[in-house]
Design a protein around this ligand. Structure first.
Ligand SMILES: [Zn+2]
Length: 476
């Protein structure tokens, strides 16, 4: 069933309550059933609703309240930012099987309403032309990118295990080890409220709190498995997880044992979920560079099918990449692949350092490369992968607003961009959400979504036959 047919089916079966202050008006396909008829039909009105594209089809995909809520907030923010006057409305199926908050927009042409609908890949538009007894029409929203995101095999290259612990798993850790906090954090909703931050400093505080709940090396085995399971559930088929074995400076947990545990969790998850995946050990730039080689050697015995690479995270502005030139050369010699965070909280110099001094194969973020055009050219020439994480950049204040993100500009410059989620639990997102945001903020097309995923596949640390397999599934 095409999107338009599907919308039509929903429309035929839906009623709309439009609440304008004290007025309550109910619409159906018969037109106005009750309420103030003239108020509504003296002018054109478009009713825009976040929409489950599969409604009315044989196998409906039901969106969670959270997904619907997020879509709705984006639409609302957009309308507010453009100064478009709207009224709250509620749409619900006659049989009560689903309901969706909606917006009623007045004095809007058919074309304007369609343009807003197209911008939000999952919006439905019911347009009434202003004539009494008008039955209205469903305006096509264009490509059904929302269903496409749910159908395609997703690839995640930049995600931190400790920042991705599913809420249910985190809650069990809090119950066991949260101490006094456990009394305040009794539900996933409590956790969502707790995991909010206004700046990077607060983010780090909450990160350290999460780390404090991990008490044994074996915990990591379960963490990796739980993260992979949550990725599998949203359609991810290949994932590379950063982990931070050297964060335990007090010696509470030992890096080699953590490395062993994450490899075991990854191996178990790959078998259980039919996924491919790898682990990337963060050697942390905040620690003394002189001890980096020692740190790398301590986990090198676990290099293999699971542990494949080292990464460089931490305070980028304070600890430039050049400090780790020797460490990266050493890691390469030992057989590690290499990635580095750069161009997130520091600028073009940091990216150049990661590229030239560290010879990192991939750059985490890299969004500040436009500060130096010759660097952009170099990145394009080398086809260096940039692991872009939009929501993360907004949450930590690297950009002011998602709409300001340079992702489209990076793609247009010919850079090898993939889309990733960084710390989905901490930032209340996931990879599917990131693609949804790309559609709603940048009118991302199906071709672009596929391109972002192909870029991720080409940059993945996995053998060619697996790459070909995912590539093939992407083309279907
Ligand atoms: Zn990161």
């Amino acid at each position: 069933m095409s999107l338009t047919q599907s919308l039509q089916a929903l429309y035929e079966n839906a009623r709309y309550d439009i609440i304008l202050g004290a007025e309550r008006i109910t619409l159906s396909t018969e037109g106005v059933l009750s309420g103030n008829v003239s108020l509504l039909f003296e002018q054109p009105v478009a009713i825009i609703t976040s929409y489950n594209p599969s409604a009315g089809s044989e196998h409906p995909i039901l969106l969670s309240d959270e997904e619907n809520g997020r879509a709705q907030r984006r639409l609302e923010e957009y309308l507010q930012s453009r100064g478009i006057e709207y009224y709250d409305a509620v749409g619900y199926a006659v049989d009560g099987s689903h309901s969706e908050p909606s917006f009623a927009l007045f004095r809007m042409s058919r074309e304007q309403a369609a343009a807003i609908g197209r911008r939000f890949g999952q919006a439905a538009i019911f347009y009434f032309d202003g004539r009494p007894q008008s039955k209205g029409e469903v305006l096509p929203c264009g490509e059904d990118t929302y269903s496409l995101i749910r159908r395609l095999p997703l690839v995640e290259l930049h995600l931190h295990t400790e920042g991705s612990i599913p809420l249910s798993h985190l809650l069990t850790l809090v119950e066991k080890r949260g101490g006094e906090q456990a009394d305040r954090l009794r539900s996933e909703a409590d956790l969502i409220g707790f995991l909010r931050y206004r700046n990077f400093y607060e983010f780090i505080q909450k990160w350290l709190w999460t780390i404090s709940l991990i008490e044994t090396e074996e915990d990591y085995e379960g963490l990796v498995f739980a993260v992979m399971k949550s990725l599998h559930e949203i359609g991810v088929v290949h994932a590379e997880l950063h982990f931070s074995p050297f964060d335990y400076v007090d010696g509470r947990l030992k890096a080699p044992a953590i490395a062993e545990a994450v490899c075991s969790g990854m191996k178990r998850a790959k078998t259980a979920f039919g996924m491919s995946g790898a682990m990337i050990a963060d050697i942390v730039r905040n620690h003394p560079p002189e001890t980096a080689i020692e740190r790398i050697d301590s986990i090198a015995p676990f290099l293999g099918d699971e542990l494949v690479a080292i990464g460089l995270g931490g305070n980028e502005a304070k600890f430039p990449p050049e400090l780790f030139t020797r460490a990266f050369a050493h890691a390469r010699k030992r057989g590690f692949r290499t990635v580095a965070h750069a161009g997130e909280t520091a600028g073009a110099d940091s990216i150049r350092g990661a590229l030239v001094d560290l010879q990192a194969e991939r750059i985490g973020h890299g969004i500040r490369c436009f500060e130096e055009m010759s660097l952009v050219e170099e990145l394009v020439r080398r086809r260096t992968a940039l692991e872009v994480c939009m929501t993360s950049n907004e949450a930590t204040g690297v950009i002011d607003d998602l709409g300001d993100h340079p992702i489209r500009k990076l793609m247009q410059a010919g850079l090898n961009v993939s889309l990733n989620s960084d710390d989905p639990t901490m930032f209340r997102t996931d990879l599917r959400e990131e693609f949804g945001a790309f559609v709603s903020e940048f009118r991302g097309t199906g071709d672009e979504i596929r391109q972002l995923l192909r870029n991720a596949v080409s940059a993945a640390f996995v053998d060619e036959s697996r790459k070909n397999e995912i590539e093939k599934a992407l083309s279907e």
